[in-house]
Design a protein around this ligand. Structure first.
Ligand SMILES: Nc1nc2c(c(=O)[nH]1)N[C@H]1C(S)=C(S)[C@@H](COP(=O)(O)O)O[C@H]1N2
Ligand SMILES: [Mo]
Length: 319
């Protein structure tokens, strides 16, 4: 059953529900649809895959919204379309490859230029810093985006306890290195483990979250269980998954992506529609589940809260 609906006739809500139903019923075909929807080089997806006149199932709660009124991306999409190069470069294949990933026991080593270095057991960390819900937009550098309701705690709380010394200027994050569990780490194209970094003031910003869950549940492995960073005003690759080490350092750390391709991926990686990626524009994005592209917002729409961090900087050279 297909119908030729022009995209102008599809309300966002109707599209949301048909998309949701589509994902549930279409199995692997949904992955193929998403791929064409998200790869910048490929064309627009056709709407002929959508069924007409969707009716929401009564048992499903209405989707929440972020502070701009954007609807949360359905759970199925958030958890089935993920970037996680430790497993594979195929976004649709991560969830299955990661399904047996061992997330317990898990410890996180906090150290470097701090007065209180400590290795935390994840269960203790979760008890000490109870999770709060934050609905954030996630904008991948590949020009697709989602709205995700995270559970987590502000990194600032953990940093306060670690007590950085006056020499500490940056925070360096390291993900798990375990090629036996993570087959993508056999790829010689990247310098494993995955590393990311923030300036100390960015790391202390209240928006910067250490996430342990999404949609009210524990993080699934493909989304970075049991602990990942979320920095909503930066491109998604900054939000490192499966964090095992957090170090305060004096010098700007080199990330996996800076090592792989320094002209394409800078340290700051603030979402910026006026600074194109060398191979594609960043002016617009595809919100997963929507037909038409959206304009990308400076700092992913969080400018009121974070622009002051970058006063006096040239965001074109410090990209
Ligand atoms: N360890 C690790 N973290 C990672 C990645 C990765 O490959 N490995 N991919 C990044 C990229 S490119 C994006 S867009 C986000 C995606 O997060 P999500 O899959 O939970 O939406 O995770 C980021 N964190
Ligand atoms: Mo990404």
């Amino acid at each position: 059953m297909t119908s030729k609906i022009r995209s102008s006739e599809i309300t966002p809500e109707a599209e949301y529900w048909s998309r949701r139903r589509f994902l549930k019923t279409a199995g692997i075909a949904a992955g193929a649809w998403l791929l064409s929807a998200c790869a910048p080089a490929l064309g627009q997806p056709t709407v002929s895959t959508l069924s007409g006149t969707p009716t929401p199932p009564a048992s499903t709660p209405a989707a929440g919204k972020d502070e701009l009124g954007d609807a949360e991306t359905p759970y199925d999409s958030v958890t089935s379309y993920t970037n996680y190069y430790e497993f594979t470069t195929s976004k649709e294949a991560v969830a299955d490859l990661a399904k047996n990933f061992k997330t317990s026991p898990w410890s996180v080593q906090v150290g470097g230029l701090v007065n209180n270095p400590k290795t935390y057991d994840l269960d203790d960390l979760r008890k000490q810093f109870p999770p709060e819900e934050r609905i954030y937009r996630m904008r991948c550098v590949e020009a697709w985006s989602m709205v995700i309701p995270w559970l987590g705690f502000p990194l600032a709380k953990l940093l306060k306890e670690a007590d950085p010394t006056s020499d500490a200027k940056f925070v360096r994050f390291e993900a798990l290195l375990d090629p036996a569990q993570m087959p993508g780490q056999k790829s010689p194209y990247f310098t494993w483990p995955y590393v990311e970094g923030l300036r100390l003031d960015e790391a202390r910003h209240d928006l910067t979250l250490m996430a342990t869950g999404l949609y009210g549940k524990d993080l699934p492995p493909q989304n970075g269980a049991p602990l990942r960073l979320v920095v909503p005003w930066k491109y998604g690759f900054k939000s490192i998954k499966a964090v095992v080490k957090i170090d305060l350092v004096a010098k700007m750390p080199a990330s996996l992506w800076m090592n792989a391709s320094p002209d394409e991926y800078g340290f700051y990686a603030n979402v910026n529609p006026t600074v194109p990626h060398p191979r594609w524009s960043q002016a617009t994005e595809r919100r997963i589940g929507e037909i038409n592209r959206r304009k990308t917002l400076l700092f992913n729409g969080y400018g009121d809260q974070v622009a002051s961090l970058y006063e006096g900087m040239d965001l074109r050279t410090d990209f």
